[in-house]
Design a binder for this molecule. Structure first.
Ligand code: SF4
Length: 290
């Protein structure tokens, strides 16, 4: 079977940076490293990190109280996940009395900055994204209790009157065309809306490269990444939108169960938090088939 691997498959710079920050402390050897919820959305990579003494505490949305032994706190560091957190959560983590290190992706930091800057001036914030995703939960914390999350035109129709000062941003991993469509729709009711397309470069590259796989002759697409990973799920959705049979898997072990024998050329891509070792395993296994 011929396998075409997308150029951008695998870690984005924000994920790479967060892992390097956590590893930096763990490798110094004298610090226990804790992350408030998963540092990145890939279970297999979090397992690798756990073996390096980088330990996830708390919950998926970074909302729960953390219980860390007082003695352990002295020799440990709390590292903030790549998805970022709200200012309230930051305050809480800092109050734990541990060393604190922020590994929020700078691209998420830019979105938070836009919201904060406008909320200070009294703007209402509209975020295009998934209200249950940790990035969006964190971003809402910057909106000064004047934030709304929308995913559709119906959600926009259901908004209360926002007045004249409105600012719209996007979760970093959304589809460009959907953001543009919803921004235009919001501007029909609020023509003065300040629109900031905050979909990150890594997301755009992965989406563009997926379409390229189809142009290069891929008959089916295998998307590798965590089922919780927003950008991986989006890639799988985009692949289906190209009318190609799509298989979203987390590891190479799942390949045997897939009905791939009818295809001669398969495209492979992966979410921004999928490690290279899993992509390599998947590609080798696919190449060995047929
Ligand atoms: S997907 Fe984008 S926003 Fe998220 S960590 Fe990667 S570069 Fe940062």
């Amino acid at each position: 079977m011929k396998v075409i691997r997308a150029n951008s498959a695998g870690f984005c710079w924000g994920v790479d940076r967060a892992i390097n920050i956590a590893r930096e402390y763990a490798q110094k050897g004298n610090k226990a490293v804790y992350t408030d919820g998963p540092l990145i959305h890939n279970r297999q990579m979090m397992d690798v990190l756990e073996k390096e003494k980088i330990k996830e505490v708390g919950d998926y949305q970074s909302k729960s109280e953390l219980h860390i032994d007082e003695q352990e706190k002295e020799d440990s560091v709390m590292v903030v996940r790549a998805h970022g957190i709200s200012p309230e959560r930051r305050k809480y983590l800092k109050s734990l009395g541990m060393q604190f290190r922020d590994a929020t992706c700078p691209d998420v930091g830019i979105i938070a900055g836009k919201i904060k800057q406008h909320a200070r001036k009294g703007y209402k914030t509209v975020i295009f994204g998934d209200p249950k995703h940790p990035e969006v939960i964190g971003l809402m914390g910057y909106a000064n209790n004047n934030g709304h999350v929308i995913q559709s035109k119906e959600d926009i129709d259901a908004l209360p009157d926002l007045g004249n000062d409105v600012c719209m941003v996007s979760q970093s991993t959304m589809f460009m065309h959907e953001f543009e469509e919803l921004a235009a729709y919001l501007q029909e009711s609020y023509p003065e809306t300040q629109v900031f397309n905050t979909i990150c470069g890594a997301t755009r590259d992965r989406q563009t490269d997926l379409v390229k796989l189809v142009d290069e002759g891929a008959e089916a697409i295998v998307v590798i990444g965590g089922h919780h990973s927003a950008n991986t799920r989006k890639l799988a959705k985009l692949a289906k939108m190209q009318n190609k049979p799509t298989f979203h898997i987390e590891t190479a072990d799942e390949i045997d169960a897939l009905d791939l024998d009818v295809f001669e050329v398969v495209g492979v891509t992966a979410g921004a938090s999928t490690p290279d070792f899993i992509i390599d395993q998947v590609c080798s296994k696919l190449e060995a088939r047929g």
